[in-house]
Design a protein around this ligand. Structure first.
Ligand code: SF4
Length: 107
């Protein structure tokens, strides 16, 4: 009964990589939404060893506010280490935190 073919949403290019994002259907909400990569579950890194992250990803212990004096961010999108390449609203970026670097993937 369920028609399960992936509908493409967008391809995001970050750090020399391409991340195709597809719509997924939520049975409970009865609507489709763009399903971004889960980098917490399946980490991926730039050639320099910086981890990719999504803006909506839950913040980690190394998070820091964008400006001093602000409360710690709840997600990577609000973190001072989160680097967006194209626009201030990019949903996928790179974590520039030194403490999280080092896990290189050589393609
Ligand atoms: S951008 Fe990096 S340092 Fe900041 S919360 Fe996300 S993973 Fe942690």
């Amino acid at each position: 009964m369920a028609r399960e073919h992936k509908r493409p949403y967008k391809v995001f290019r970050v750090g020399g990589r391409s991340f195709p994002v597809y719509f997924e259907y939520d049975e409970q909400l009865k609507k489709s939404y763009p399903a971004y990569p889960d980098f917490e579950k399946n980490p991926e890194y730039t050639g320099e060893g910086n981890p990719f992250a999504t803006a909506e990803q839950e913040s980690c212990i190394h998070c820091q506010p964008v400006s001093p004096g602000q409360p710690p961010p709840g997600d990577c999108g609000g973190c001072g280490w989160f680097h967006r390449e194209q626009t201030p609203y990019d949903p996928i970026g790179i974590c520039m935190c030194e403490a999280r670097r080092g896990n290189k993937t050589d393609a």
